[in-house]
Design a binder for this molecule. Structure first.
Ligand SMILES: [Zn+2]
Ligand SMILES: [Zn+2]
Length: 316
């Protein structure tokens, strides 16, 4: 792909400009200087003072994964002016291990914890939406470098989610099918498939908003992690390990988040991963139209190991 292309989202009224030439500008590589497995002043390391919600024990009397209260929450259940709840999931006791460096079985256990916290928080009175997400790297908003994910429980349906729910319902009304099930069928033979097995379809979406974005779509129409069986969760853990490992190999910060179905509307669950090399500027903030310098077809090749990474534009 040499010329730029304006592309529209599969089923939403959203546009991106795929502009490969912008990728000639340099990109920054994260530098890791930490090599201790435990860091003394890190509260997420074993021995750190935390407000524990619960922990998964390991076989040696320690813990494998911890769920703790967010130390500086913006939302709390006792504040009627900013009602809600925030939690942190410490993914492992090791200070220097990122999620993709953990064994698949451990990542699968993290998915079990995500599922348990999601199911538990959505039952809290007056909670309308629960998001499980991860910020990895400074550009993705991460402030502590011990591997962790977060959960936020909100008293309202966020506008982005409402927009997507309406678009899904609209699509289903017209086509009598689920848009994500259709995307799997339509993209099966496309050059945008990043990873696939019998359970998970990992796709670089046609109108990808970020360089190297991936959607992890379960092949079976499931509404949340809770509905996935052990074999499907194993596949998702394996897909995450592979894709995140590739993202980390080129030093990109990233966010991922689970779009689970809420209010039992039965929508298809998707895990969306967005690497964050770019700072959105005038065009994006002023129009909502995103410029992406890496065509998703090139991103998929990179994930499949058929190409080297291209440099990604920083800023505008
Ligand atoms: Zn630590
Ligand atoms: Zn579906």
């Amino acid at each position: 792909m040499k010329k730029s292309e304006i592309r529209k989202h599969y089923f939403q009224d959203k546009y991106v400009i795929i502009s490969p030439k912008r990728g000639q500008r340099p990109h920054i590589t994260k530098v890791c200087t930490e090599d201790d497995s435990t860091k003394k002043d890190c509260f997420m390391c074993p021995g750190g003072k935390v407000k524990l919600i619960y922990e998964l024990p390991d076989l040696k009397g320690g813990w494998l994964i911890r769920v703790i209260k967010n130390i500086y929450p913006a939302l709390t259940l006792d504040n009627k002016y900013a009602y809600g709840k925030q939690e942190i999931i410490i993914e492992s006791p090791y200070h220097n291990k990122e999620i993709h460096e953990l064994p698949i079985e451990h990542i699968k256990k993290i998915l079990d914890v995500y599922s348990e916290r999601y199911e538990s928080l959505k039952k809290v009175d007056k909670i309308r939406y629960v998001l499980v997400f991860k910020n990895e790297g400074g550009k993705a908003g991460e402030s502590i470098d011990h591997a962790h994910s977060q959960v936020i429980a909100l008293p309202m349906l966020p506008p982005l989610i409402r927009e997507e729910i309406l678009a899904i319902d609209d699509y289903t009304l017209k086509n009598k099918t689920c848009p994500y099930c259709d995307i799997i069928k339509d993209e099966k033979k496309s050059p945008r498939v990043a990873w696939e097995d019998k359970n998970i379809f990992a796709l670089c979406p046609f109108a990808s908003e970020y360089p190297y974005s991936v959607w992890f779509i379960p092949k079976r129409h499931v509404s949340s992690l809770f509905d996935m069986n052990q074999d499907e969760k194993h596949s998702l853990a394996e897909a995450m390990k592979h894709i995140i490992g590739k993202v980390e190999s080129i030093g990109l910060s990233y966010n991922y988040f689970f779009h689970n179905s809420f209010d039992d509307c039965g929508h298809h669950m998707v895990l969306k991963l967005d690497p964050r090399p770019n700072v959105w500027a005038g065009v994006e903030l002023g129009t909502g139209i995103i410029i992406n310098s890496i065509p998703p077809e090139d991103a998929a090749k990179f994930y499949k190991g058929k190409s080297k990474s291209k440099k990604v534009a920083i800023g505008r």
